[in-house]
Each structure stands twice: as structure tokens, then as C-alpha cells.
Design a binder for this molecule. Structure first.
Ligand code: ZN
Length: 310
């Protein structure tokens, strides 16, 4: 069994308009934009990263804003809900704040004893705030969001699957333990991980398949400490029969990817080197950063990207 996975690292979603996307995550949710770069595989599209002050692994929401892309269709075989942690007692504030920001689909419920506020993201994304202690995390503040209510990184993620069995087995192989069940939900928790340590599987046998588009999660990344740990995980997955990519340099972390039995694309990402490797913490996310191989194309790339008015 794998023992190197420390919870979530980041979640990456497809998106529509870059300014709508940026305004939602920075102003409505109050996250910090910690990196403005391009999709390394398609440099005509931004890759925007939002998180806490430094983009701590387990706090980082990332998006590919494709512009005119139609919204996806929520369904089975995807990360249905990306869940952020917020301080206990803060959901009243968030309901008012998100309503004032024009956010739709607001609904309160609870799961596994935690109060939740679900809502639609900027392109129909499935998002929720979950009251949780967040442990040692600190919220990014500003835009009317103070320390006592601010987002404390991810709580976890909820997958929607027609059949949860194979994905549950995979999570257990990855070091997660089945912790609890409630209705059609099964909660998996990784011990000794970061605060983004839960994955809930929602089994809905007759759910129609999700259709990818803006607002769909493209992949979910799990955190490992360093490249040595990543290679151990890669070997273990290969030995079990998973088709895993080679290690890919994403400038701010190293990545491997593999497709899971339920249809969700998984990534394993390193905590090293982090988002402050090429700009000061005080100015994270302000300048357009490009991987070295695209620097010679900077003028052309910048000319093709929309201006973000933040
Ligand atoms: Zn990723």
C-alpha cells in the first residue's frame, strides 16, 4: 500500500471567461491568485492558480479559462463537488456574501457531521464550503473577507460515480481508509495528511455520464512531499497495472497522471518546489510567468491572451 500521499494538492477545472473566473475565485471566494501562467500544453490558454498566501498544497484551485467554452454537464464519472474549508460558524456570513455576489444554487446541508453550503461556481462548477477546523491554516484576507471567515484551503472532494467500488479500492491502495458512510456517500480519509484529507464517493447508479465543459473538473491532484516519494508512488501504481505518465515538470511541482476506474483523472504532484520559486511572495500571481520553452514566444502569447482586470 502507498504511504506517501498527504491529501489533496490541487484541483484543476475547465473554465469560460478568464475575468469571470478570476473575479469569482478572488472576490467572491476571497482566494489569492498565486500564479498567472499558461496551460503548458496549450499556451494560448491561461492557467490561473488560486489559494492561500503562498499556494500551500491542499489549498490550490487552478483553472484553464478557454473563453467561449460552453458549460459542462454535471454527472457521473467526475469530481462533482470541490469542497473548501471555512471556520465553524461562518456559513451565515458566506450565504449573505455569496448572495450579494450574485452566486446561484446556494443550499445548506450537512455530511458526516459537518455543515455545508453548496453553490454554483462561475461556469456551473460544483462547489461547497464546509465548516471545518482547517487545523493550522491561515486564510487569505481582503475583498471584504476577514480572517474569522476566510477559506482555509480545501476540505476535500466529492466524486459522483455510477459504481464506487473500484475507486474505493484504489483510494485504499493510495493510503486512504474507509471512515464512514451516510446514505449513498462513503468517506475516505488519509491519516497523517494535510487538512485536505477527505474524499467522499457518492454512488448514483442511474446517474448519466458527465459531459466535460467549462465548470468541469479536469483532474484532481494528490500531494506527495518530494520527487523521491512521487517515484515510489509511480512504481506502486505501475506494478498494480495503472497506465501512469512519465514525470512531467510543471515548474511549480512535478506531476504524473493516470486515469482511474470511475473515470476521474488523477494526478500526483510534489509539494516541491512551490509557487514562490520564480517570484516574490509579496507579488505572487501578478506577472505572466511562462515556462522557459515559451519565453521566446512571450510577445505572441501575451497578445493572444485576454487582459485580466484585477
Ligand atoms: Zn494538475
Amino acid at each position: 500500500m502507498i504511504q506517501d500521499i498527504k491529501g489533496m494538492h490541487h484541483v484543476t477545472s475547465m473554465a469560460g471567461d478568464a475575468n469571470v473566473n478570476d473575479a469569482f475565485f478572488t472576490k467572491a471566494l476571497g482566494l489569492r491568485r498565486v500564479k498567472k501562467t499558461v496551460n503548458f500544453d496549450a499556451p494560448e490558454v491561461y492557467h490561473l492558480y488560486y489559494g492561500d498566501e503562498v499556494g500551500t498544497p491542499g489549498s490550490v484551485m487552478t483553472t484553464f479559462p478557454f473563453g467561449q467554452m460552453p458549460n459542462g454537464r454535471r454527472g457521473a464519472g467526475e469530481v462533482g463537488v470541490t469542497e473548501f474549508a471555512v471556520p465553524k460558524g461562518s456559513l451565515g456570513f458566506w450565504t449573505e456574501h455569496l448572495q450579494a455576489q450574485g452566486v446561484t444554487g446556494l443550499a445548506e446541508d450537512s455530511a458526516f457531521g459537518e455543515a455545508r453550503l453548496s453553490f454554483d461556481g462561475p461556469h456551473g462548477d460544483g462547489l461547497a464550503l464546509v465548516e471545518s477546523d482547517g487545523r493550522d491554516r491561515t486564510a487569505w484576507t481582503g475583498n471584504g473577507i476577514d480572517n474569522d471567515v476566510g477559506v482555509l484551503g480545501f476540505r476535500g472532494a466529492r466524486f459522483v460515480l455510477q459504481d464506487a467500488a473500484a475507486t474505493g479500492e484504489l483510494l485504499e491502495f493510495m493510503g486512504y481508509q474507509k471512515a464512514d458512510t451516510q446514505d449513498n456517500l462513503t468517506r475516505y480519509v488519509v491519516e497523517g495528511g494535510n487538512a485536505a484529507d477527505t474524499i467522499d464517493l457518492a454512488e448514483i447508479p442511474d446517474a448519466r455520464a458527465a459531459g466535460q465543459g467549462a465548470g468541469s473538473v479536469h483532474h484532481i491532484a494528490f500531494a506527495v512531499e518530494d520527487r523521491a516519494a512521487q517515484l515510489r508512488v509511480r512504481d506502486a501504481l505501475l506494478d498494480t497495472g495503472y497506465q501512469v505518465t512519465p514525470v512531467i515538470d510543471r515548474d511549480y511541482f512535478w506531476a504524473i497522471y493516470f486515469r482511474t476506474p470511475g473515470g476521474v483523472l488523477f494526478e500526483i504532484a510534489t509539494n516541491e518546489p512551490g509557487f514562490d520559486r520564480d517570484e516574490d511572495t509579496a507579488h505572487l500571481g501578478e506577472a505572466l510567468k511562462l515556462p522557459t520553452r515559451y519565453e521566446r514566444l512571450r510577445a505572441q502569447i501575451e497578445g493572444n491572451l485576454p487582459t485580466i482586470n484585477a
